[in-house]
Design a protein around this ligand. Structure first.
Ligand code: ZN
Length: 176
């Protein structure tokens, strides 16, 4: 169950994908049902008026295929999205797997920029970057990814100035 936390404890933004077919309409309510099935539960006493219809969702934000971003858990409540790191992170889920609409890329840029302005120095990474470093060499390598989430390299996206990553842009008929 989610726990109340101080907003000052947040130092990392973790980007996820919903692992649904690229471009397919999927809603926070869908994710709420999946997370209910996994046993996730919010503590609705923390902030009862935030997303009152989503009692289970583990993410703080969901980025829809239209580019709209909707709220899941309030930031004041710890999420349920990355084992071992829920207390100090915010979880954002992009609908899709490895190709996202231009509007989604645009919103991701705006959302991350806003977080960086609110929280100077915040780390921005992908879920897969927080997989355990099993061989202990100090780097999380491809063979150590627990799951390929999200379906692109957040580090490459940041290094490219937050422009849409080639090969990961969804267009009707396929990715480009
Ligand atoms: Zn994930």
């Amino acid at each position: 169950m989610g726990r109340r936390r101080s907003l000052e404890s947040i130092d990392t933004l973790v980007i996820h994908c919903s692992a649904t077919p690229n471009g397919r309409w999927t809603t926070p309510e869908d994710i709420d049902r999946w997370h209910a099935a996994r046993g996730f539960r919010r503590d609705m006493s923390i902030s009862p008026h935030d997303s009152p219809g989503l009692l289970h969702i583990g993410y703080h934000y969901v980025l829809l295929t239209t580019g709209a971003v909707t709220m899941g858990r309030p930031e004041i409540e710890s999420g349920a999205h990355v084992t071992g790191h829920n207390d100090h992170t915010i979880g954002l889920c992009m609908i899709g797997t490895d190709a996202f609409s231009p509007a989604q890329w645009e919103t991701l840029c705006r959302h991350v920029t806003q977080q960086q302005q609110r929280r100077p120095g915040i780390r921005v990474c992908g879920h897969r970057d927080l997989s355990p470093d099993r061989d202990g060499d100090g780097r999380v390598e491809a063979h150590e990814w627990l799951k390929i989430c999200p379906g692109f390299s957040v580090a490459d996206w940041l290094a490219g100035g937050m422009t849409p990553l080639p090969g990961h842009i969804f267009a009707a008929g396929g990715s480009t």
